[in-house]
Design a protein around this ligand. Structure first.
Ligand code: SF4
Length: 236
């Protein structure tokens, strides 16, 4: 089928302002949107910039706004959209555009680093690895599915209003360690998130959960952090 792709273009090094460029692509209904972008770049316009890597929903590189919704270009097929073969492709909101569909994700990863995304355990090292049983692992399993695509944070209205808010993806990563049975820093992790730029910034709007391509209940996990903060406060 003939498809029309209307794509956001902007090269800050030479364009005064963004504009949209149309491309025509012969696509199968089962083609991924990423396949169509590749066709445009490889056969029509090598100047078009976008991110992609694994093409199978694992690397999280190709989160975009497709026909108004944030999603992964490699996880959506042409037939998923009932728009008569018309597609509008835009970069993720919230972040500065580096070129076309490529945004600056540094602020996103700075917030990820802020929550200390690694296991902290100051107890004596065991002879082999630190053991975690399946029940303990089940608690953090939703957060383990996160591919850091930034869709949740880009969609979050609080992140848009308050640049200091750590955002849903970083909070989810914090949840992953707060509830990891092997981590011994949950107390300081909860204290770190006990303000309006941390867990209390979340207004429970669920947009993050709605857009997550891995089906992670992000808002629910943030709610668990809030409850844990309250419980910790009761103890002190
Ligand atoms: S929680 Fe979901 S939307 Fe957010 S970064 Fe992880 S995979 Fe992407």
């Amino acid at each position: 089928m003939k498809c029309t792709f209307t794509i956001f273009r902007f090269d800050p090094s030479k364009d005064e302002k963004p504009y949209y460029q149309k491309y025509s692509v012969d696509a199968e209904p089962t083609d991924k949107i990423l396949d169509c972008l590749n066709t445009i770049r490889w056969e029509q316009d090598p100047t078009l910039a976008y991110r992609a890597s694994c093409s199978h929903g694992i690397c999280g590189s190709d989160a975009l706004v497709i026909n108004g919704s944030i999603t992964l270009a490699c996880q959506k097929l042409v037939r998923d959209f009932k728009t008569g073969g018309n597609f509008v492709i835009e970069p993720l909101p919230l972040f500065n555009v580096l070129k076309d569909l490529v945004v600056d994700q540094n602020p996103f990863f700075e917030k990820h680093r802020y929550v200390r995304p690694y296991l902290i355990n100051d107890e004596e090292l065991p002879e082999k690895e630190r053991i975690q049983d399946p029940e303990q692992q089940k608690v953090i399993e939703p957060a383990l599915r996160c591919i850091l695509c930034a869709s949740c944070t880009a969609s979050c209205p609080i992140s848009r209003a308050n640049p200091e808010y750590v955002g849903p993806a970083a909070l989810l990563r914090a949840f992953r360690y707060i509830y990891d049975s092997r981590d011994t820093a949950s107390g300081s992790r909860l204290a770190q998130l006990n303000d309006e730029n941390g867990a209390w910034g979340c207004q429970t709007m669920w947009w993050c959960s709605d857009v997550c391509p891995k089906g992670i209940p992000v808002t629910r996990c943030i709610g668990q952090i809030k409850r844990a903060i309250k419980e910790q406060e009761k103890k002190t």
